[in-house]
Design a protein around this ligand. Structure first.
Ligand SMILES: O=c1ccn([C@@H]2O[C@H](COP(=O)(O)OP(=O)(O)O[C@H]3O[C@H](CO)[C@@H](O)[C@H](O)[C@H]3O)[C@@H](O)[C@H]2O)c(=O)[nH]1
Ligand SMILES: [Mn+2]
Length: 727
C-alpha cells in the first residue's frame, strides 16, 4: 500500500504470479512460431497440398487469436474496497442510487423471479430514502405488474425482517431455500421466519393462480385503478406508456410495518408502436434512464437483469467506495461486478459459469483501464451513462442531490415521466448514438461500455469473495448455443460499426484493452479454424494424407508442447477456481460445440447483414424449463430433444470422426506420420460421446430426434465418400 492508498477508499493489487504467467505465455508463443515455421518449411509438393495450406491458415489465425487473448491475462489487477472507511467519512452524505431492472417476457421470465430480484435490491443495506427501484417491462404484462404490486405490499414486512435479523441473501426465495432445513436458534427469529414465510407463500400462490387463470383477481383490479392503463393496450408491440409509482416517500402509505419509509418503487412499460424500432434492452435502458431522472435522479445507477438477485446487501456500499474515492473516483465511469449463476452445477455441463471471463479476463481488462460493461450487475455514474465526457481537471464528483427539484405531487410526476418513455421522444436526438445505451448491436452492453471508455472514463472490476449477484444461466444445450450465437454476432458486428475498437479506440483506450476487446470481437471468426480442425485432418486419414510431423521428428515438439501447455494450464486454472476435472472436460466440449455451431451462424449472419441481406433479432434467453428437462439437467445429461441446424452440424461432425476413426483402426498399423491425426480424431470421438448416446443409446425425450440422426448419417457418410473419391 503506498501512502496515497492509506487515505483511499479502495486498494488495487497486481497479480502476484504475473512473472511466471508471462514467462509461460512467451514459451507457448515461441512454440506457436515453431509450428508456423514447420508449415512454411514443409509445404508438400503434391499429395495433400490444399489440406496442408488450409491447416496452415487455421494455425496462423488461431495463433494470432491466441495472442489477443493474452492481452487479457498479461496485467491482471484485483480490487478491494474499504466500506468501513466509506461509512466513517460519508454515512450522512451518501448519494442516491437508482436501480434499474429489466424484464421482457412474463412466460420465460416468470413474475415471481422478477419480484424476488426487486425485493432483494429494495432490501439493500442503504439509507432507504436514497434508494429507488425501477422495473422496465418490455412485455407490458398485467401479471408482472400485479406481481410487483404484491411485492410492494410484501416489502413492508420483508425489509424490516431483513434488517432485524441481518438476513443474507435478501431475495426471499433464495433465503427460504437456504433455510428450508435449518431453523434458526433464536426463538424470535424462528417465529418471525415462520410468519414471513407464510406471507410469502400466500403471495406466491395468489400470483401463480393469476398466471394459471390468465387474469388478475377482480378484488385487486377494483382496488387499484392503475389497471385501467391496460384498457387501450392491444399487444406488447402496440400500447401507450404504462407507468406507476408504487412506493414513494411523498406517499404516506409508503411505510413498512415498523413505520419507516420504503424505497421508491416504479413500474414502467415504455410506449411501443409497430412503426418504431424499440431497440431491445438498449431502448428500455434509455427510457428508464430518462424516467428515473425525473423521479429520483440519483447520481449512481445500478443496471440489473430481472434474473440477477442481489446476494449481498453491502454491494452498493462496496461500489461507492470506488466512485467516492477522493482521488481516483473522479474518472471512474462504471463499476462492474461479475455475473454469477446459482444454477450451473459443480461440473458445469454447458460451460455457463463463464469462469474464465469472470475470474481471469475481466481482471485482465481492468489492468488496462477497465473491464467491459457486461449488461448487468454494473453500477454506473449517471453522468457517464448519459454521454458526458470525462475531462481530467474539469470534471469533479458532486454528490449533492438535487432532489429539491422533484415534484411533490405524484400524479403530476407520473404524467411528466410518462412523456419521457414515448416512442417519438428520441427522434432527432443523440439518444442511442452518443447518449445512454448505444443502439444497433446485439451486445448493447459491450458497445455502450466501449463508448463510455471512449469518452475518457475508466471502469473498475470488483469481484468480491461473497458473490454480489446470482442469476440464472441457460439450462439446455440449445439455449446456450443460441445465447452464444447472439453474443458472437453482436461482438463481431462491432468491428464493422463506427464504434470499432480498432479504428475508433486508437489513442482513446490503451492498446492492451483494444486487443482485449478484439479477443471478443473476433470470437465468431474462430469458427473457421475450429471447423477445419475438426473435419479435414480426420477425412485426410481416409486417404493417408499426413498433415502433421511424425511423432519421432523434433518438429513434433512444438505441437506437443502447445497442446499440453494449453490443456494443462486450463485444467489447473479451472481447478484453482474451484472447478472439477469433469467440468474442465465439459468446458472443452462446449468450446468445440460453440465454435462449430454458434460461431459459424453468427459469422454468416454478420456477413449477410453487411451486404444488407439479413437483420438482427434478439432472442431472450429462457429462464425456466419443464420438469423432465430440469431432471436431466440435474443428472448432467445433455439435452437435445428437438431438431435444429445446430444439432445437425454437431452430429455430422461427431459421426464423420467416428467413421474416419473406425476406417483407420481397421487399417492399423498406420504409417508413422499419422500419429497426431489419429490422436486428434480419437479425442474428437471421445469428447462427442454424449452425441452418440443421444443418437443411439438414449430413450428419453431429450435424445436426438431420428430425423437428425438420418440427416447426419447421410451427410457424414457422403462427405467421407466424396472426399475419398474426389481427392
Ligand atoms: O427487448 C428486450 C430484450 C431483453 N430485455 C431484458 O434484457 C435482459 C437480458 O436479456 P437476456 O435474454 O437474459 O440476456 P442474456 O442472454 O442473459 O445476456 C447477457 O447479454 C446481454 C447482451 O447480449 C446483456 O444485455 C445481458 O445483461 C447479459 O446478461 C433481460 O432482463 C431481459 O428482460 C429487455 O428489457 N428488452
Ligand atoms: Mn440473462
Amino acid at each position: 500500500m503506498d501512502s496515497s492508498e492509506k487515505y483511499s477508499l479502495f486498494e488495487t493489487k497486481r497479480d502476484r504470479g504475473r512473472h511466471f504467467r508471462r514467462l509461460f505465455s512467451i514459451s507457448v508463443f515461441v512454440a506457436i512460431c515453431f509450428i508456423w515455421a514447420y508449415r512454411l518449411t514443409h509445404i508438400p509438393t503434391n499429395h495433400g497440398l490444399w489440406a496442408f495450406l488450409g491447416l496452415f491458415a487455421a494455425e496462423l489465425w488461431s495463433g494470432l487469436y491466441w495472442l489477443l487473448g493474452q492481452a487479457l491475462r498479461w496485467n491482471r489487477v484485483f480490487r478491494k474496497p474499504f466500506h468501513n472507511t466509506l461509512s466513517q467519512r460519508y454515512e450522512n452524505s451518501l448519494p442516491g442510487v437508482d436501480i434499474l431492472v429489466f424484464t421482457a417476457e412474463p412466460v420465460i421470465e416468470p413474475p415471481m423471479m422478477v419480484i424476488n430480484t426487486i425485493l432483494s435490491v429494495m432490501a439493500y443495506d442503504y439509507p432507504v430514502e436514497k434508494l429507488s427501484v425501477y422495473l422496465s417491462d418490455d412485455a407490458g404484462s398485467e401479471i408482472t405488474f400485479y406481481a410487483l404490486l404484491e411485492a410492494s405490499t410484501f416489502a413492508k414486512h420483508w425489509l424490516p425482517f431483513c434488517k432485524r435479523f441481518k438476513v443474507e441473501p435478501r431475495s426471499p426465495e433464495a433465503y427460504f431455500t437456504i433455510y428450508v432445513s435449518s431453523t434458526p436458534h433464536d426463538l424470535n427469529h424462528a417465529k418471525d421466519l415462520a410468519a414471513i414465510k407464510k406471507l410469502y407463500e400466500d403471495m406466491k400462490k395468489r400470483i401463480e393462480d393469476a398466471i394459471k387463470l390468465g387474469e388478475i383477481p377482480s378484488k385487486a383490479r377494483s382496488k387499484h385503478n392503475e389497471f385501467s392503463q391496460w384498457d387501450s393496450y392491444s399487444s406488447r408491440h402496440d400500447h401507450g406508456t404504462i407507468l406507476k409509482i408504487l412506493l414513494h416517500p411523498n406517499d404516506s402509505h409508503s411505510k413498512d410495518v415498523d413505520g419507516f419509509v420504503l424505497p421508491t418503487l416504479v413500474y414502467m412499460s415504455r410506449e411501443k408502436r409497430p412503426q418504431y424500432h424499440h431497440n431491445y434492452k438498449a431502448g428500455a435502458m434509455n427510457s428508464l434512464l430518462r424516467v428515473s431522472s425525473m423521479i429520483s435522479n440519483a447520481k449512481i445507477i445500478l443496471i440489473l437483469d430481472c434474473d440477477m438477485h442481489s446476494n449481498h446487501s453491502r454491494s452498493v456500499r462496496d461500489a461507492l467506495c470506488f466512485f467516492m474515492d477522493e482521488e481516483k473516483g473522479q474518472e471512474i465511469g462504471f463499476v462492474q461486478f461479475p455475473q454469477n449463476f446459482d444454477n450451473v452445477g459443480k461440473n458445469d455441463l454447458y460451460g455457463n459459469a463463464l469462469s474464465v471471463l469472470m475470474e481471469v479476463e475481466l481482471h485482465g481488462a481492468d489492468g488496462y483501464g477497465g473491464p467491459l460493461f457486461i449488461g448487468t450487475c454494473c453500477f454506473h455514474k449517471r453522468d457517464a451513462l448519459s454521454g458526458k465526457k470525462f475531462n481530467n481537471g474539469l470534471y469533479k464528483n458532486d454528490w449533492n442531490d438535487e432532489n429539491e427539484l422533484i415534484k411533490a405531487n405524484l400524479q403530476e410526476l407520473e404524467a411528466e415521466s410518462k412523456a419521457l418513455a414515448s416512442c417519438n421522444y428520441e427522434e432527432n436526438t443523440l439518444w442511442g448514438k452518443e447518449i445512454g445505451a448505444i443502439y444497433g448491436s446485439l451486445v448493447e452492453d459491450v458497445i455502450t461500455g466501449l463508448w463510455i471508455q471512449f469518452q475518457g472514463w475508466k471502469s473498475v472490476y470488483y469481484n468480491p469473495t461473497r458473490k454480489a449477484f446470482l442469476g440464472i444461466a441457460p439450462t439446455t444445450l440449445l439455449h446456450t448455443l443460441v445465447q452464444q450465437k447472439r453474443w458472437a454476432e453482436g461482438e463481431f458486428q462491432i468491428l464493422f460499426s463506427k464504434y470499432s475498437p480498432t479504428w475508433y479506440g486508437h489513442g482513446k483506450i490503451k492498446l492492451g484493452l483494444i486487443l482485449g476487446y478484439c479477443h471478443y470481437n473476433y470470437w465468431a471468426t474462430t469458427c473457421c479454424p475450429m471447423l477445419y480442425y475438426s473435419i479435414i485432418p480426420s477425412l485426410s486419414l481416409l486417404k493417408g494424407i499426413s498433415l502433421f510431423p511424425k511423432m519421432s521428428s523434433p518438429w513434433s515438439i512444438p505441437f506437443t508442447f502447445v497442446i499440453l501447455a494449453e490443456s494443462t494450464s486450463s485444467l489447473v486454472e479451472g481447478l484453482i477456481l474451484g472447478g472439477t476435472i469433469q467440468g474442465w472436460w465439459n468446458g472443452l466440449r462446449m468450446w468445440l460445440y460453440i465454435g462449430t455451431t454458434s460461431y459459424p451462424f453468427a459469422f454468416i449472419k454478420v456477413v449477410l447483414k453487411f451486404f444488407g441481406l439479413s437483420d438482427f433479432s434478439y432472442n431472450i434467453t429462457t429462464k425456466i424449463i419443464q420438469d423432465d428437462v430440469s431432471q436431466r439437467y440435474e443428472k448432467q445429461v445433455m439435452e437435445f430433444g428437438t431438431s435444429s441446424p445446430f444439432f445437425t452440424i454437431l452430429t455430422t461432425i461427431a459421426l464423420l470422426n467416428l467413421f474416419c476413426l473406425l476406417a483407420t483402426l481397421k487399417e492399423l498399423p498406420l504409417s508413422e506420420g499419422m500419429g497426431f491425426q489419429v490422436l486428434l480424431c480419437g479425442i474428437l470421438v471421445f469428447i462427442n460421446f454424449p452425441i452418440y448416446q443421444g443418437l443411439f443409446l438414449r430413450k428419453d425425450k431429450g435424445r436426438l430426434p431420428s430425423s437428425c440422426a438420418i440427416k447426419s448419417i447421410a451427410l457424414a457418410l457422403s462427405s467421407c465418400i466424396l472426399f475419398k473419391i474426389l481427392n
